[in-house]
Design a protein around this ligand. Structure first.
Ligand SMILES: [Zn+2]
Length: 201
């Protein structure tokens, strides 16, 4: 296990949390990276994830599909959540997400709405990250203290969750770099120039 670089936990050593950082299982991040590799092959932004029930059994896995579907919301986390809900596979409160890149703001909010138990991620998402890099959606810390989640638009059943990153981050970054170095082939040639910052959109 690599040393974690970014720990956005509910509280340090929270004994009430069912899953601790030490419960990270490398085999699941490897499978998430396999999904990201599939995305790269299909000229999608290489981000992949698995959702694991009780930190034991993979019940959904996906990679980004925004290009093939022409739907900017088809991030791997959203696809996996839909898969589980559609087939009523289990209670998402009992599930943990392994994802190669820190969830974006959209996915971070979705994960709080479905009550994910915990997130383990690879590299940080410095442009759109919702688990600490840009906003800390997972802990609702983006909210002003005088507001509660209901008043600013998040439903009251939104649940905060712990998120920790830095697992196999170099592999996740290498795939993103490979994708952006050649340029997003779905964009017009004039817009394929290498970006200054890695992006997961
Ligand atoms: Zn996302």
């Amino acid at each position: 296990m690599e040393e974690k670089c970014h720990d956005i936990s509910l509280s340090t050593n929270n004994k009430n949390e069912k899953l601790q950082n030490a419960d990270y299982k490398d085999e699941f991040m490897i499978e998430a990276l396999n999904q990201a590799r599939l995305a790269l092959i299909h000229n999608e932004v290489p981000v992949g994830c698995v959702i694991v029930h009780n930190n034991e059994t993979i019940i959904a896995k996906a990679h980004n599909q925004t290009n093939v579907t022409k739907n900017g919301t088809k991030h791997c986390e959203i696809i996996s959540i839909h898969e589980i809900i559609q087939h009523k596979k289990c209670n998402l409160h009992e599930c943990v997400l392994y994802v190669t890149v820190e969830p974006c703001i959209m996915c971070a909010a979705a994960l709080s709405l479905i009550g994910i138990q915990k997130v383990f991620y690879g590299c940080q998402n410095n442009k759109f990250g919702g688990n600490g890099s840009v906003f800390t959606i997972n802990l609702f810390n983006h909210l002003k203290p005088e507001y509660n989640s209901f008043q600013v638009g998040l439903p009251q059943n939104a649940t905060p969750y712990s998120s920790v990153g830095g697992f196999r981050s170099e592999e996740a970054i290498a795939m993103l770099k490979k994708f952006y170095d050649t340029g997003n082939q779905t964009l017009p040639p004039s817009k394929r120039a290498r970006r200054n910052k890695l992006s997961t959109d």
